[in-house]
Design a protein around this ligand. Sequence first.
Ligand SMILES: [Zn+2]
Length: 303
Amino acid sequence: MTAEGTFEDAPCRLAGRRVKAGFHCHTVESDGGLTPAETIERYRQEGFDCLGITDHRRVTQMDEGDAGELLLLPATENGGMPDIIGVGLQTPAPVELPLPERAAALAEQGSFTIAAHPTYCAVLPQQFIECADLMAMEIYNAYCDAAYANGYALELWDMLLGQGKRIWGVAGDDAHLNPRKRHYSDVGRGWVEAWSDSPEPEPVLTALKRGAFFSTQGPVFERIRVQDSAIRIECSPVAQVRWRTYGKVGEVEYAPEGRSLTSSTLPDWFTPRVFVRVELVDHDGRRAWSNPLFVAGGPGHIA
Ligand SMILES: [Zn+2]
């Protein structure tokens, strides 16, 4: 039995090593501008620890010799409508399959499944609710935001979470590094940071599937602590910490004039029905998003 209003033990509470990872970029193997080796080098320069190249409808072969310390995970932007990314797979799924079957075909290979740019794909909530093997969705796609003004999917995310759908939020570059595209999309605009025991393929994939990560445009969560009904976060210096759920409760903590916040605590009166999540906003307006923390025994609860 859990007391009313307490939160589930959260996988993202852990301190320790963080793995900076990108799971959406393209090379000359599809519509990107650089070779796989050049793309890997750009991600190394930006301080990434882990990369999945997601060329369209194929798993691009990557040469470990190019990677150095960078962990390479085989990945694809699978294709089909709505589109889906698989990370840690061997073979893309047939694009004609409906989303639930495509997601299942990727999940069967042990891959982490992410819905690509849901707003660009004009997704309706029911399509994701009915997709059991969909593990995450892009809540921020930098290329879609910059090129088409439709890169965010935060309202859809909250709507799904509020109905008890367990789905993690991922930020991605969708970097094409290609001057021939209408918009040049670069590296390091949106990524995830996973708390993983080690920077090896299996622990990183396990951390992703458990939701032990946050997504960001720059700010970082140093720590997320959950104890019964209390949540406290520690973070890089930011201007705002925003406590969110789906429904009318919510809270923004602002840094005092000329100062920064580096921690925040969920207010006592804030009693979400299903979940709460935390957003950071730094002094340049860049955001970070925690994964949801679910109320124990609530509609999102899994025993
Ligand atoms: Zn893409």
